[in-house]
Design a protein around this ligand. Structure first.
Ligand SMILES: Nc1ncnc2c1ncn2[C@@H]1O[C@H](COP(=O)(O)OP(=O)(O)OP(=O)(O)O)[C@@H](O)[C@H]1O
Ligand SMILES: [Mg+2]
Length: 216
């Protein structure tokens, strides 16, 4: 079983969007997947309540119980666990980071978002785990992401080769209890998620059983 922690001390960076989109991509690739929602606002859990299907399971939990929750998921056959975290809670983010095989840090390409990455970089150092920043909500035009990548690398963090662009499909899909690969399987948002998912799989050695891209 592999565990991915999604952390960012900045609110609205895209933690829940990334967690749920990667979780459904993993399910489509044939992996039994669980999302652990450490955010007291329970956005991921609320998304799951709206769905017509059980998978991926979403478990609301408190950070203090994270090791037990992960062990229970493993005992129930989970092959991939994604931990969605709250902003402004460094202790919960550190607990998630310590439990992870890979830490994902979504970051918008704005200067305030990039400055906030310093806290996440500190958490990564404390956890001593592999980490990568995922640029999110990047404008479809222009070169803002290039400056952002340079600034992020100056904090000693790697940047994932796939960026998520600002796209309506990311917003609308979550609103109806879906994600990009379900809402518009052949769209650009889905393509970005599939590319990112596959890159993560090769980085942490997650097996691929089926093609993520399905039209229904
Ligand atoms: N790539 C994107 N394109 C368009 N909208 C996006 C994108 N990523 C996230 N959003 C939107 O931005 C808002 C914040 O995203 P999200 O809830 O995933 O962030 P978060 O980091 O989980 O926030 P919080 O810190 O409050 O938990 C949501 O309305 C979401 O739909
Ligand atoms: Mg969230």
């Amino acid at each position: 079983m592999k565990t991915l922690a999604i952390i960012s001390q900045k609110g609205g960076a895209g933690k829940t969007t990334l967690a749920l989109n990667l979780a459904t991509a993993a399910e489509r690739a044939g992996l039994a997947t669980a999302v652990v929602d450490l955010d007291p606002q329970a956005s991921a859990k609320g998304w799951h309540d709206q769905r017509q299907q059980e998978s991926p399971v979403v478990i609301s939990a408190q950070a203090a119980r994270l090791p037990e929750v992960i062990e229970t998921a493993r005992a129930h056959g989970a092959e991939l666990v994604l931990i969605d975290t709250a902003p402004h809670s460094e202790s919960a983010a550190l607990a998630a980071a310590r439990a992870a095989d890979l830490i994902l840090i979504p970051c918008r390409p704005g200067i305030l978002d990039i400055r906030a990455i310093a806290t996440s970089a500190d958490i990564v150092s404390l956890a001593k785990k592999d980490a990568v920043v995922v640029l999110n909500a990047v404008p479809p035009q222009g070169h803002l992401h290039e400056d952002a990548e340079q600034a992020i690398q100056s904090y000693g963090l790697a940047v994932a080769p796939t960026r998520l662009v600002q796209r309506a499909a990311f917003v609308h899909s979550l609103t109806v209890g879906q994600t990009a690969v379900e809402f518009d399987p052949l769209g650009k948002a889905a393509a970005e998620i599939i590319e990112l998912y596959q890159w993560i799989c090769s980085r942490v050695d997650i097996p691929t059983r089926a093609s993520v891209r399905k039209t229904a």
